[in-house]
Design a protein. Sequence first.
Length: 343
Amino acid sequence: LQQRRGLRLSAPAAIQVTVRDALNQALDEELERDERVFLLGEEVAQYDGAYKISRGLWKKYGDKRVIDTPISEMGFAGIAVGAAMVWLRPVCEFMTFNFSMQAIDQVINSAAKTCYMSAGSIAVPIVFRGPNGASAGVAAQHSQCFAAWYGHCPGLKVVSPWSAEDAKGLLKASIRDDNPVVVLESELLYGVPFEMSEQAQSKEFVIPIGKAKIERQGTHVTLVAHSRPVGHCMEAAAVLSKEGVECEVINLRTIRPMDIETVEASVVKTNHLVTVEGGWPQFGVGAEICARIMEGPAFNYLDAPAVRVTGADVPMPYAKILEDNCIPQVKDIVFAVKKALNI
């Protein structure tokens, strides 16, 4: 009626959404869309999830779709893998990925390898998700980053979201994928609000697995990161911009399969590369990126060696001052960029 009267209708504006709410939206929409999808894990149902990611879902979908499990990662991960083999679509939540080590046999030997070992006749459409990497004040046994661990394994897809749009779009894509997908979230990002576009508010919004995103255009140096360090890179880029250094920031989004083409194209343009991650340095995500760049055509465009910014090569300390020195900070990224540019 308003259109007939010649009135201009404004498009829905972008809104602020926390990563927690984005994940909750994704789960809600996929549970509603496909009756084969179900969520299981410790405290995901009646308690609404340890981090309130599954808030309201048990009341809406009931005991058969949102299932509380005993504290036995090996047990409930095995149940989920078996369910996926008969073409259900389980979402298996680990309260922290540190304890996915209890179920790593199920994740790797059962979920990741079955499609190959069955010559493609048995798919395992399962999602393993939960908080990964460092939190705050939780010490060594709750602070590991598993991006390199799971990214090492053929048969898995591994995604690592940063923003609310990343979280929603990648989780929905992961649930719809016919392969096992590991979704590595950041506990420290759960309460952080991000702008969510009109497009991302759609129930059909998905982000393709295996495609990185250029968060900021630049010409002097390429910064590549995933998860929470993407935000640090954006902050470092703003600081360096005031000094005349323009950083191109790439949000990797997916660890496996890795979008090395986007990184290569950026390195060809900027001639410098800095990788940033919260995980340990040896055999890490940054090490893989550097190796792939060295082996490919972009190596000939580098004007200086690539520089890695990583977590410290120690188990995470409990003391806050030590913890801060073990996690990459904005100042560390600024220092690395200046080292790469020799300024």
